[in-house]
Ligand binder design. Structure first.
Ligand code: NAD
Ligand code: ZN
Length: 371
C-alpha cells in the first residue's frame, strides 16, 4: 500500500488497495468530481449512475457534465434511507439496466452514501455476472469505511446485509468537499468509524484525532483530508491482508456487536455510528474490568467520542434483549460470542467470550443513567 502526492493535481492523494490483479486506487482530495475525466480515463460508453434525490440535488449535474456527451448515461435514483437497500430496489435497477440494453461492458457508478454504495455494488457484482464498478462516496461514513473493501449487500426482511457479495470497485473517488452539505448527525456517525481506526490500529492517529478534534468538528478541509486519508489507508491495509474477513478484518467490527443490538432495538432513534460509539465504550469497559485496559485509555476513548458529539452510554435494554441480539451476531461461532476487544489504544483482538456475566457487568456499567 502506498500514498503518493500527484504533483499536478493540488491536494490529490492516491492510496492503493493491494489485491493482486484486483488492486485499485482510492483518490482523496477536494473538487474531485471536476476531475473525473482525468481520474477515470477508461470509462465504457454505457454508464449507470445510482444515486438518490438528496445527493442528486447537490452533485449529479456536475458529475454528469464531467462525464461528457460521449457516454450513454442512465441515472437511477433510489429512495433515501436504509429501507431502499432492498430486493425490490435491486430488482428495479436490474429492470432498468435490461430495459436500456446495458451490456457486459457497462459500468455502474455509485454516487451517494453507504446505502447507495452497497446496493449499487451488489448490482455491479451480479448484473451479467459482474460489470465494472466505481464508488463516488458522499457521506463521511462511506468515504472512510463502506466504499473501500468490496463488501456489497442488500437487506432482507430477515436481517441486514443478508444478501451480498465481495466485489471490489475499479476505483474510489473521495471528494471531501461533499461533506459540507452533510447533516451534523450523519457527520458525527462517520467520525465514530474514524475513531474506531485509531483504537484498533493506530495510537498515533488516535492522538492526532485528540489534538485535532476542534478542526474536525469545524470540518476544516485539511484536517478532514488527513483523517479520511489515514482511515482509508488503514482500511486498505487491513483489507489487503484479509479481504474475506477470516481474521484481521473482523477488528473493524469494534463496538459493532453491542451497537447492532442497540440499533435493532432502537431503530428509529439510534443511528449506526451512535450505536457503535456506545458499543465501543462497553467493549473498552469490559477490558478495564478484566484489568486488560487502563482506566486512562477508557477515559481517553470516552472524551474523544464525546468531543465528536457521540453518545457514550447505551440505552436501557433488558439482559434478555442484549443476549438475544448479540448471539445473532455474524461473528458467533458454535454458539459462542466473539467480541472485538481493545487491548490498548491502537490495538485490539477478536476473542471468544464465554463468561456472559462479565459482559453483562460491562453493559450495565455503560448504560444510560447507571452512574
Ligand atoms: N460495505 C461496507 O463495508 C459497509 C460498511 C459500513 C456501513 N455500510 C452500510 O452503509 C450504510 C450507511 O451508510 P451512510 O451512513 O452513508 O448512510 P446513507 O447512505 O443513508 O446516507 C446518510 C444520509 O445522508 C444523505 N447524504 C448522502 N450524501 C450527502 C451529502 N453529501 N450531503 C447531504 N446529504 C447526504 C443521504 O441521502 C442519507 O439521507 C448502511 O446500509 C450500512 O450497512 C457498509
Ligand atoms: Zn460501522
Amino acid at each position: 500500500m502506498t500514498v503518493k502526492q500527484a504533483p499536478h493535481q493540488g491536494h490529490l492523494s492516491r492510496i492503493r488497495v493491494g489485491l493482486a490483479d484486483r488492486s485499485y486506487p482510492i483518490y482523496v482530495g477536494r473538487q474531485l468530481f471536476q476531475q473525473l475525466p482525468q481520474l477515470l480515463p477508461n470509462l465504457p460508453k454505457q454508464l449507470c449512475i445510482v444515486t438518490n434525490a438528496v445527493v442528486a440535488a447537490h452533485y449529479l449535474a456536475n458529475v454528469r457534465d464531467q462525464l461528457g456527451p460521449q457516454h450513454d448515461v442512465l441515472v437511477h435514483e433510489i429512495a433515501d434511507g436504509e429501507h431502499a437497500k432492498s430486493l425490490t430496489t435491486y430488482g428495479e435497477i436490474m429492470d432498468s439496466l435490461i430495459a436500456h440494453s446495458f451490456n457486459r461492458d457497462c459500468a455502474i457508478i455509485a454516487l451517494g452514501g453507504g446505502v447507495v454504495g452497497d446496493i449499487a455494488g451488489f448490482v455491479a457484482a451480479t448484473y451479467q455476472r459482474g460489470v465494472d464498478f466505481y464508488q463516488l462516496p458522499t457521506t463521511l461514513l462511506a468515504q472512510v469505511d463502506s466504499s473501500v473493501g468490496g463488501k456489497t449487500a442488500i437487506n432482507h426482511p430477515g436481517g441486514k446485509n443478508l444478501i451480498g457479495a465481495f466485489y471490489q470497485p475499479q476505483s474510489v473517488i473521495i471528494s471531501t468537499d461533499c461533506l459540507a452539505t452533510l447533516e451534523q448527525r450523519d457527520y458525527a456517525c462517520g467520525l465514530a468509524e474514524v475513531v474506531k481506526y485509531g483504537i484498533i490500529y493506530d495510537a498515533d492517529f488516535f492522538a492526532w484525532l485528540e489534538a485535532n478534534q476542534q478542526k474536525l468538528n469545524a470540518r476544516d478541509a485539511q484536517a478532514l483530508n488527513y483523517a479520511i486519508q489515514r482511515s482509508c489507508q488503514i482500511k486498505a491495509d487491513i483489507v489487503a491482508q484479509d479481504e474475506r474477513e477470516q481474521g484481521l478484518r473482523a477488528l473493524l467490527n469494534l463496538g459493532h456487536t453491542f451497537g447492532h443490538a442497540i440499533e435493532a432495538e432502537h431503530y428509529a432513534t439510534w443511528r449506526h455510528g451512535e450505536a457503535v460509539a456506545a458499543g465501543t465504550m462497553i467493549a473498552a469497559e469490559y477490558m478495564r474490568q478484566q484489568d486488560q485496559l487502563s482506566a486512562t485509555a477508557v477515559e481517553r476513548i470516552e472524551v474523544l467520542l464525546q468531543a465528536f458529539a457521540l453518545p457514550t452510554r447505551a440505552p436501557r435494554l433488558s439482559e434478555v434483549q442484549w443476549q438475544q441480539r448479540m448471539y445473532r451476531d455474524k461473528k458467533v461461532q458454535a454458539g459462542e460470542l466473539r467480541l472485538v476487544l481493545p487491548t490498548g489504544i491502537g490495538a485490539a483482538e477478536l476473542r471468544t467470550v464465554t463468561d456472559w456475566p462479565s459482559v453483562w457487568s460491562a453493559i450495565a456499567a455503560m448504560t444510560e443513567s447507571s452512574r
